[in-house]
Write a protein that binds this ligand. Structure first.
Ligand SMILES: CC(C)(COP(=O)(O)OP(=O)(O)OC[C@H]1O[C@@H](n2cnc3c(N)ncnc32)[C@H](O)[C@@H]1OP(=O)(O)O)[C@@H](O)C(=O)NCCC(=O)NCCSC(=O)C[C@H](O)C(=O)O
Ligand SMILES: [Mg+2]
Length: 294
């Protein structure tokens, strides 16, 4: 089941940038990804790890964004070194880069269990390799075991680099992969977050891409700069009409007269239990956003 936590705006924050880390939790993003991978040079990895662990050690307010740490790949040893420092600090999630197959998730789970026995943290998987978009379902269904898989995050920069597909406005070359990942994520009961938009100067195109992601069914958009947060939050914010509709149908099947029914007609339209569950999630997400003053 997709999460009831809002993930409209998911901001990458380089672990090598102390100023960005200092600001990260107060910028209004629903979630932040404190990055140890692509945004951190090899010589900065160790310092970035310690900096992120120190930030995680500070108790967070109840209305703080979700704090996820992107690790380095296990191959090569950096990912193991990351795990040893980050896992005991218990972030809200760990984002695994360059996941190619379900076996990579299994390898991560084994490494995590050896590195910090007894500490369980939800995992998010980056879908950014040709192998992964060719078979996203096998990854999305790798939900069993400790370290529950809860979200997929598209990495379209890496995917473009590996496949040669160009990142053009409207994303026509990427759309079949994007929708395949979306469907796979939903089949696994996962949240799915769209990739980043690289051009900070083109605000209109960024907003259009947020709306496209919403239309496609994504739960939110990953971001590279604080100035993208507000537009993403706005685009993925449940609107008044959707909320009013959700409030109308969320509790319908809990009413004694409807117990045992699987489908109802409301104002001439069919409502099934799955609609009521989706309505409850929408309301729960909205309530978290409202509690943050959003
Ligand atoms: C793109 C940037 C390098 C720009 O940085 P900068 O020149 O410092 O921008 P500004 O001067 O406009 O910054 C204004 C203030 O905002 C803070 N800031 C900037 N970016 C962030 C951020 N991401 N999180 C938090 N705070 C941020 C600055 O510190 C300034 O603060 P102040 O001094 O108080 O004014 C920079 O934005 C950046 O590094 N962005 C993240 C890039 C990144 O993480 N890339 C890797 C992830 S994307 C990816 O890999 C996706 C996937 O894997 C794929 O394959 O597609
Ligand atoms: Mg990437």
């Amino acid at each position: 089941m997709p999460s009831s936590r809002p993930r409209r705006s998911v901001l990458y924050v380089p672990g090598a940038n102390p100023r960005a880390l200092e600001k990260a939790l107060g910028l209004g993003a629903d979630a932040v990804i404190l990055d140890l991978e692509d945004a951190v040079a090899p010589t900065e990895k160790a310092a970035a790890r310690e900096r992120i662990a120190a930030l995680l050690a500070v108790p967070r307010r109840p209305d703080a964004p979700e704090v996820v740490v992107r690790l380095n790949p296990l191959a090569g040893g950096l990912g193991i070194a990351d795990l040893a420092v980050i896992l005991p600090a218990q972030p809200d999630g760990l984002l695994l880069p360059k996941i190619a197959t379900a076996a990579d998730i299994g390898a991560f789970r084994r490494a995590a269990a050896e590195t910090a026995p007894g500490v369980t943290v939800p995992i998010w998987a980056m879908i950014e390799t040709a192998r992964a978009v060719a078979d996203p379902l096998s990854i999305a269904l790798a939900t069993d075991g400790d370290y529950p898989l809860t979200a997929l995050v598209l990495g379209l920069n890496d995917l473009a680099a590996e496949t040669g597909a160009r990142q053009v406005r409207g994303r026509a070359p990427m759309l079949p992969w994007m929708m395949g990942v979306l469907a796979a994520g939903r089949a696994g009961g996962l949240d799915v977050i769209d990739g980043v938009f690289n051009d900070l100067s083109d605000v209109a195109a960024f907003e259009a891409e947020c709306l496209q992601a919403l239309d496609c069914g994504f739960d939110g958009k990953s971001l590279i700069h604080p100035r993208q947060i507000e537009a993403a939050n706005r685009a993925f914010m449940p609107n008044e009409a959707a909320l009013a509709e959700a409030r109308r149908i969320a509790g319908l099947f809990d009413e004694p007269r409807h117990v045992g029914l699987g489908v109802l007609a409301v104002e001439g339209r069919i409502v099934e239990r799955l609609h009521a569950e989706a309505a409850k999630r929408l309301i729960a997400r909205f309530e978290v956003i409202a509690s943050r003053g959003g």
